[in-house]
Design a protein around this ligand. Structure first.
Ligand code: HEC
Ligand code: HEC
Length: 389
């Protein structure tokens, strides 16, 4: 490995020199693309963090956008690690464990060695950050695909995978927050110890070097190889995701509408989405339509048969969606009623009774009064609007 690990001081001259000392010379360490990458990553990660954990759920679109920006930035940085200028190259900041330990010991003894490029602690942090950020974008894509059935991976991701991915995503966010705090603390500590403003050098790209320090000729960036690689990787990646995105969402039956069902069972109330009850409950209900919540909702045999078949094939068990999975569980011997399922009660029991009595709601079963997407069976949090009266 070619090394430009410029560790140029035992008893460092920088410690004894003042900034105006003519023996200083400033060399370009962080090339322009690396600096832009660094600060864009700071911005995109902050936006993702704020929209994902502080702002309400309808910011998820922005959160998703920030995730895609991070994907693009990571692709660029991996390419730049191969073709960038000297100090951006991977081979410039791969250190042995013993070197890393030496450096950490130096920090503890308050006299770390100077490194012109990434020092061993910083390099370890970069690998860990890259790993966690990759984990975050992958689990983010899997969460939206599995749980919400949207995004490029929706066709190949089950609800269970999405649900697990969501848990891992949350854990990684915690780890990332700790790592960012450690990174910032490390930068401040090293800046103080080495009297080198590391934040400023990530803006100007330059670092001070004692004139005596020997600097081997740094490798220049290979622009053409870098841009060609970025185009290829992003092009192939985007094409793959676009093709995958054309697959129908996994576990979402295609035609979930039936004219007879919509007409007959939407006559007195809006037709409930079939995924809101398991097949056995629908069957039980259809067997007692003459005494349907105090109404006679009986149907001619052929129509009843068609509706029965539609509900049997589109009941909760047929769906790999959040609703289908949660609402397929019913209380043993409980009434075949959506508003009696544990899933419904868990979400609505804490709400004030008065909300359901409001004029434009009228009843607990008037789902679409509060859920604008009730007809699609999605029941997205961002589509809940409880009428004021
Ligand atoms: C003649 C009018 C009428 C027709 C037709 C009708 N229903 Fe109902 N349905 C009602 C009434 C009234 C309620 C009770 C509503 C309430 O409690 O707010 C009800 C309640 C329900 C509920 C329970 C909602 C809850 O609170 O969990 C389901 C499910 C349901 N109906 C399904 C159907 C299906 C399936 C059909 C078609 C086979 C159908 N209904 C046809 C009048 C009707
Ligand atoms: C008075 C308005 C109102 C009515 C009517 C209503 N809901 Fe809700 N629903 C809410 C509110 C508010 C929440 C959010 C509760 C929370 O998260 O604390 C909610 C949450 C939900 C959720 C969970 C959404 C999620 O992603 O966490 C589901 C599913 C749901 N409702 C289904 C239904 C169904 C099915 C019906 C009809 C049988 C219905 N709701 C009727 C107000 C209503």
């Amino acid at each position: 490995m070619r090394s430009l690990h410029v560790a140029y001081c035992a008893v460092c001259e920088l410690h004894t020199m003042t900034k105006s000392d003519p023996r200083y010379h400033r060399v370009l360490v962080w090339d322009f693309p690396t600096r832009v990458f660094h600060w864009l990553l700071v911005a995109a990660t902050s936006v993702a963090f704020i929209t994902g954990s502080i702002l309400p759920q309808w910011w998820l679109g922005v959160h998703r956008g920030a995730g895609y920006v991070i994907v693009g930035l990571l692709v660029f940085r991996f390419v730049w690690a191969a073709f960038g200028s000297e100090f951006s190259r991977l081979t410039n900041f791969v250190y042995s464990p013993s070197e890393t330990l030496d450096h950490l010991r130096g920090i503890l003894l308050l006299s770390p060695r100077h490194y012109l490029g990434h020092n061993p602690a910083g390099a370890a942090m970069i690998f860990a950050l890259a790993f966690v950020l990759c984990g975050l974008v992958v689990t983010g894509l899997l969460t939206e695909a599995g749980e919400e059935k949207i995004g490029p991976l929706a066709g190949i991701t089950s609800y269970a995978v999405g649900h697990t991915a969501k848990t891992i995503h949350a854990i990684l966010v915690g780890i990332l927050a700790v790592m960012i705090a450690a990174h910032v603390a490390g930068v401040i500590a090293e800046s103080l110890l080495t009297r080198e403003n590391l934040v400023a050098s990530m803006i100007t790209g330059r670092k001070a070097l004692p004139e005596r320090a020997h600097l081997p000729a740094p490798r220049p960036p290979r622009w053409r190889a870098a841009s060609a690689s970025c185009v290829v990787v992003i092009g192939v990646g985007a094409l793959t995701l676009a093709l995958l995105g054309r697959l129908p969402p996994k576990g979402v039956p295609a035609a979930a509408v039936n004219a007879a069902y919509a007409r007959e069972c939407g006559a007195c109330h809006s037709a409930f989405h079939p995924s809101l009850l398991p097949a056995a409950s629908w069957q039980k209900m259809l067997g007692t339509l003459d005494q349907h919540f105090g109404e006679d909702a009986s149907l001619p045999a052929p129509v009843l048969a068609e509706i029965a078949e539609f509900l049997a094939t589109h009941a909760a068990e047929a769906w790999d969606t959040e609703i289908g999975i949660r609402f397929r569980t019913v209380t043993a011997n409980g009434p075949p009623q959506i508003t009696a399922t544990p899933a419904w009660l868990r979400k609505h029991a804490p709400l004030p009774e008065a909300w359901f009595a409001r004029k434009s709601v009228g009843s607990k079963s008037n789902c679409s009064a509060c859920h604008r997407d009730a007809a699609s069976g999605r029941f997205d949090d961002s589509k809940i609007f409880v009428p004021k009266e």
